[in-house]
Design a protein around this ligand. Structure first.
Ligand code: PLP
Length: 470
């Protein structure tokens, strides 16, 4: 499998070549030259597979430069009942006839990002061991990504994590998850500022090319291709869980921010899985809903991003969206490059009058948005009607999913976090505290380990230099 850039420049690369990188050299994103097509016989065989066996079948088609024995070992070590608290890894449960929740959030940090990040940690370790090199991961987080990355990389040979977060602005549970880690290779940096300050520091350090190369600075952000492709697996798994035959169609409802999760659904569909609709749900920050309804993609200035009760979807632009647009415009990289030039210049592009937008229905996408009141109402209804608690992001997906539900087509809503992470809103909705699972109830009382720094890239660089020397 060769990977090309959505903007067309540069030579095709192999999976391991793009694994540790971020953007391609021309500023585009890595995409496989084509999607492997899964025929009926293969699909029939996959139906009976366990999660790790299915993950191996899918990943070996994309990561064909990792020896199969090694890949199998990596996948088997990643998707275990110990790490994901259940043998099915992503168990599917029924709310009512034809409406399901796929539980993607049973990993160590109680959010779906663990599914991909746990694999990434093991892939990184493999790649670094091969070359004998080291990697310093520098990231910014407002909550879920940072903790998923830290739990995936803790104790890994050759890897250090420097994670910036806005000082005293994460939820108590999220803070405790990250700051209670005592592993020597995890460095938590609480920045006196907001999330955007953290992100600016990561950009400034990454733009210092001499520093970046001397200290092997890498990232694990949502544009990482391995993260996207790891998420393809649970679309197949959930499909098999709710259907009896591979001719049936299902629809998925996906709470979306940076478009990574639903991009994986688009890829599963492109590989031949019978997905009828990909139902994209946003919160009040509705950049993507606006595009799928109107054909206009308009990024928001960061001061216009609202802080909502589904905070992991509070985005100003969707970093993986370019991957879908590449397919939408018939994989014409010149068109993609021109659109993103326009986006950099004007902050907007408009496909409404183009043949591309007329083809959007062929890709199965529909969308909708959800606000705080909708979220409370949905959490309440699901609790009263089905005696189940869902988190605020999942509630956005359920709300929009039900609006697009069709008779005879099973609807699978992806559960992207557990309610324990967002206790305040759960209390507001139903008046009770969500249960804290897997023996994590004492987490907030554990000793915490972090450094507080000013929003200053020199101070962060200095800390990196000192950590690498020690
Ligand atoms: C990251 C995240 C999302 C958004 O996923 P994308 O892949 O960025 O679209 C939704 N819900 C939760 C809980 C998340 O952590």
């Amino acid at each position: 499998m060769r990977y090309v850039s959505t903007r067309g420049a540069g030579a095709p690369a192999a999976f391991l070549d793009i694994l540790l990188g971020g953007l391609m050299d021309d500023g585009g994103l890595a995409m496989p030259e084509s999607y492997p097509q899964i025929d009926a016989a293969e699909l029939a065989r996959w139906r009976g597979l366990t999660y790790p066996a299915l993950a191996f079948e899918i990943l070996r088609r994309y990561a064909d430069d990792i020896p199969v024995g090694e890949l199998k070992r990596i996948v088997d070590n990643t998707y275990t009942a110990e790490v994901f608290h259940c043998a099915d890894i992503t168990p599917v449960r029924e709310l009512e006839s034809g409406v399901f929740i796929a539980g993607l959030s049973n990993g160590p940090t109680l959010a779906f990002k663990d599914v991909a990040m746990q694999l990434l940690g093991n892939l990184f370790e493999h790649a670094l061991a091969k070359t004998g090199s080291e990697l310093n991961i520098l990231g910014a987080t407002s909550g879920d990504t940072g903790s998923a990355a830290e739990y995936a990389m803790r104790g890994k040979r050759g890897i250090r994590v420097f994670m910036l977060s806005p000082h005293q602005k994460m939820s108590p549970f999220q803070t405790a998850q990250m700051f209670s880690l005592q592993d020597a290779n995890i460095v938590n940096i609480a920045v006196r500022g907001v999330f955007d300050d953290c992100q600016d520091i990561v950009k400034a350090v990454s733009n210092d090319h001499a520093f970046k190369s001397k200290y092997s600075i890498g990232t694990v952000n949502s544009i990482n291709w391995a993260r996207v492709v790891a998420q393809v697996v649970y679309y197949f798994k959930a499909y098999f869980a709710v259907t009896q035959s591979n001719e049936q169609q299902v629809s998925f409802a996906v709470p979306s921010g940076n478009f990574g999760n639903i991009c994986a659904g688009h890829i599963a569909r492109s590989m031949g899985l019978r997905i009828r609709k990909l139902i994209l749900a946003t919160n009040e920050n509705d950049v993507l809903d606006e595009f799928f309804r109107t054909g206009v993609y308009r990024v928001r200035p960061s001061e216009r991003v609202q802080q909502t009760s589904s905070p992991s979807m509070d985005i100003s632009k969707a970093s993986n969206f370019e991957r879908f647009v590449f397919d939408l415009v018939g994989r014409d990289s010149q068109t993609v490059a021109a659109l993103w030039r326009q986006l950099d210049r004007d902050g907007v592009f408009d496909l409404s009058a183009t043949p591309h937008f007329k083809r959007i229905a062929q890709f199965g996408f529909v969308s909708g948005s959800s606000c705080h009141a909708d979220r409370l109402q949905t959490i309440r209804t699901v609790y009263r009607k089905y005696n189940q608690l869902i988190d605020t992001h999942t509630a956005d997906g359920v709300k929009v999913g039900l609006e697009h539900c069709e008779a005879g087509v099973p609807l699978i809503c992806l559960e992207t976090a557990l309610p324990a992470k967002f206790a305040a809103t759960i209390r507001e909705a139903v008046g009770i505290d969500p249960p804290v699972p897997y023996g994590l109830d004492g987490l907030e009382k554990l000793p915490q380990r972090f450094s507080v720094l000013d929003a200053d890239d020199a101070a962060v660089k200095d800390l990196i230099v000192r950590s690498c020397a020690g």
